[in-house]
Design a protein around this ligand. Structure first.
Ligand code: PM9
Length: 462
């Protein structure tokens, strides 16, 4: 018999496991009690009551042995720590920005950027809102305008770059308000609230051309830029032979600066930064950071945190790392599609997003279907997910609720933390909840904080 040629090559994690953290298993009765005590908000659960934690990919990454070794090289000087200079070198080398201001995390950078660049009444167009980003823009007196393509609001639309910007929407805003009212356009990579959807380089280049004509800056939310680069490498014409590192650098080169939550892409548990090319903006931001974060050479971080971040940035742009990172998300997403569960497609970069409106058509959006579904999944298996729908969207300036088209439950995958077997267990739980979905009822909000309500709101079953 002729020998069979094997051509298939699967991806596998480009690491082996050196240390493990034991997980606690709970009973359905314990979980029912825990979720009720948490006011049906998965943010208010104790992490020790969680089995598999898919709340967020933020600060939940497993660091490498090189990063842990880097912690021991922490130079805890108040000023001029050598780890700051290592971080500055990494930001210049891998992202290409001229000036760096470290911050304790992403929203620290958003606060400083917004205070430096936005005047009351300014308009900030962006490819879909993000909770903390929009809040800082609003607190500075700005008004966010969504300019993402319409396809992004449709969970089943298969557009390969649902993070793209609709240039007609941008032009209409410029025409209506004038370029002087637009301090910058905020461009997010792998757009979180759209389900981790990438922006194409072709689109970013076209935006750059348009904004240059009007003298408008582009500020990148580069929180998940390497994941976006992976999708460009896989899907965009002309990029299949380029490295993720080269694509990341090209994305950054089309912008004037960036805010970064290093807790995601950059594989650390805490950290962020603001990076800019304009010396004037840098000088103002460097002065402001001492009010809100700490000295400009540590910005709220320990020296060891900056060292781990510098090493994490380098690891994050490795092709092998990213193929396994996004590969795991796609593995979970495809299993859920096979099980008939309605999820956002194409599958995103940092998590799988369940369409709660399609999952629970009998629950009205005003009764928080995604919040109710996240609570039901936790009760079923101890898998913690989070709501990305009407609760996350919050209220408009006039007090009315935003009712976003996308009402999603996010199964966010921390980097280098869980195994394929965990993905299988998660799928089984979601399948079980899906087959019992008619029993799930909506929720009523009984406590609502003023800012970023999704973190602390409490609910009761209707
Ligand atoms: N994202 C996330 O879980 C953590 C807080 S919201 C639940 O997705 C983007 C695109 C983010 C982001 C945080 C921030 C803020 C800015 N932009 O959390 O302050 O996804 O480091 O970053 C979270 P920090």
């Amino acid at each position: 018999m002729a020998k069979k040629t094997i051509t298939k090559r699967s991806w596998a994690e480009p690491f082996k496991i050196k240390m493990v953290e034991l997980l606690k298993m709970t009973t359905p009765e314990q979980r029912l009690k825990s979720i009720a005590a948490a006011g049906y908000n998965t943010f208010l659960l104790k992490s020790e009551d969680v089995y598999i934690d898919l709340l967020t990919d933020s600060g939940t990454n497993a660091m490498s042995d090189r990063q842990w070794a880097g912690l021991m090289l922490g130079d805890e000087a108040y000023a001029g720590s050598r780890n700051y200079y290592h971080l500055e070198t990494a930001v210049k080398k891998f992202y290409g920005y001229k000036y760096l201001i470290p911050t304790h995390q992403g929203r620290g950078a958003e606060n400083i950027l917004s205070k430096c660049m936005i005047k009351p009444g300014d308009i900030i167009p962006g490819n879909m809102y993000f909770t903390t980003t929009r809040l800082h823009q609003e607190l500075a007196g700005g008004i966010f305008e969504d300019v993402i393509i319409d396809e992004a609001h449709d969970s089943f639309n298969l557009h390969p770059f649902k993070g793209n910007i609709d240039l007609n929407k941008v032009e209409a805003i410029i025409k209506k308000h004038g370029a002087a009212k637009i301090p910058y356009i905020c461009v997010a990579t792998t757009v979180n609230m759209a389900g981790g959807q990438p922006i194409a380089l072709e689109n970013l280049k076209a935006l750059r051309k348009l904004t240059e004509k009007h003298g408008i800056k582009i500020i990148l939310d580069m929180t998940r830029v390497a994941e976006n680069a992976y999708f460009i490498q896989q899907r965009e014409k002309g990029y299949s032979n380029k490295s993720i590192a080269a694509i990341v650098k090209e994305i950054c080169s089309l912008t004037d600066g960036a805010t970064m939550s290093a807790k995601k892409d950059a594989l650390v548990n805490i950290g962020g930064f603001l990076a800019v090319n304009d010396k004037k903006v840098f000088e103002e931001a460097r002065n402001m950071v001492v009010i809100y974060e700490g000295l400009h050479t540590y910005g709220g971080l320990a020296g060891r945190d900056m060292e781990a971040m510098a090493i994490g940035i380098e690891e994050s742009v490795s092709d092998d790392h990213m193929a396994a990172r996004v590969g795991q998300v796609i593995y979970l997403g495809e299993k859920l599609i096979d099980a008939g569960v309605p999820i956002v497609q194409p599958i995103g970069g940092h998590g799988v997003f369940i369409d709660a409106k399609k999952f629970l058509p009998h629950v009205k959006q005003a009764q928080f279907p995604a919040q109710a579904l996240a609570a039901a999944i936790y009760t079923d298996s101890g898998v913690r997910t989070m709501e990305r729908g009407v609760v996350s969207a919050g209220r408009k300036a006039n007090g009315e609720n935003y009712f976003p088209k996308l009402e999603l439950v996010r199964l966010t995958i921390p980097r280098r933390v869980y195994t394929q077997a965990h993905m299988d267990v998660i799928t089984e739980s979601i399948e079980h909840v899906y087959s019992n979905r008619k029993k799930i009822k909506g929720l009523q909000m009984i406590y609502e904080p003023k800012y970023l309500r999704f973190f602390q709101a409490r609910f009761k079953p209707i």
